[in-house]
Design a protein around this ligand. Sequence first.
Ligand SMILES: [Zn+2]
Length: 434
Amino acid sequence: MNSFPENIDFWASDEIRKYQEQKLGDLLNYVNKNSAFYKELFKENNIDISKIKTLEGLQTLPFTSKDDLYNRNDDFICVDRLKIVDYITTSGTLGDPVTFAMTDSDLERLAYNECKSFKVSDGKPEDIYQLMVTLDRRFMAGLAYFLGIKKLGAGMVRVGNGMVELQWDTIRRIQPNALVAVPSFILKLIEYAEANGIDYKNSSIKKAICIGEALRNPDFSLNTLGQRIKDKWDIELYSTYASTEMGAAFAECEYGNGGHHHPELLIAEFIDENNNPVAPGESGELVITTLGVEGMPLIRFKTGDIVQHYTEKCSCGRNTLRVGPVIGRKNEMIKYKGTTLYPPALYDILNEMEYVENYIIEVSTNQIGTDDILIRIATNGHKPENFEKYIKDHFRAKLRVAPTIQFESQESINKTKFPELKRKPVVFIDKRKK
Ligand SMILES: [Zn+2]
């Protein structure tokens, strides 16, 4: 089992680096011995891993892509089947999922990660968290929260996702002080409370760990979603960003200026479209190398998430790098008349627009080979005159794009938005020629 130096967050930068470089050496030896994929990769590229001793050295290794994971899934698994405790899946690039094999030691690492992440977000043993996420369906997240809270020594009540009435009933009975929830679901809780005369402002809830959706703009101010929650319900909001491939999270401290990196669990790089490192404050794709993973360690894995990172010391005293909200997915980048943007910027505008109840964004390639944006909208039944023009003008002013607007019924939007076998609602449809 691993033992991690939890106070590493407060070490000097060169001490943190030294720790990571030592662990990197261990990792390279481990995968070279146990992973069919990496063994072959090093051999084919004539890589002498004994020469890679620094983070700069790491940058000479090839990347690992989602396609590699999809095409060679079993070759990434470093342990015998007998050692695997938990099987987790993520959606693959071409439809079929990718399986992540977790050993007992990996579950312990996950517990450590989540416990530490809760602590960064002001978690204490006296807290009681209400988990508004699912613990099963082959997900990692719910399990991670369960393990982390247990390790923290705090209490929890596992309600699962959805079921607004049961959520409020649980809050009334158990009196938890914290939520773990998707921020848009917190809005649903507020709506339900208002419609049913629940005095939510005086409930036991004082804070929320917000997962799955961004809460802030790149400048760390609350985005539309975050502000809408805060305007109604003045609880502390902490954003957290994680993925199955990382088996680790970036969690916000009380200062809310990006998620703190756990350097003992991940080596993080940030690269541009040509695979060159980007400077702090610039947008780049997050690339991760996992430390301390036994089942399926990854080296220079391209996450596809575009983020900005910051390296100066945080007001909380931690010396770890911070990662801002995910600006978008790399493969969802829209090129529009000389500007580039990501769907979340469009969502943010639609989320704050009155009368807009539901929407889907479709991107396609037009005759001159650039991207066209179609926004399919269902209104709440009321629609002011010239609403289409109003929406277009708003997009032009805020993002310098003029999408095509198409009004549809709720039914028709929901039919596309919630396909039976998908885990998440489909809000973005990419019809572009690749
Ligand atoms: Zn901090």
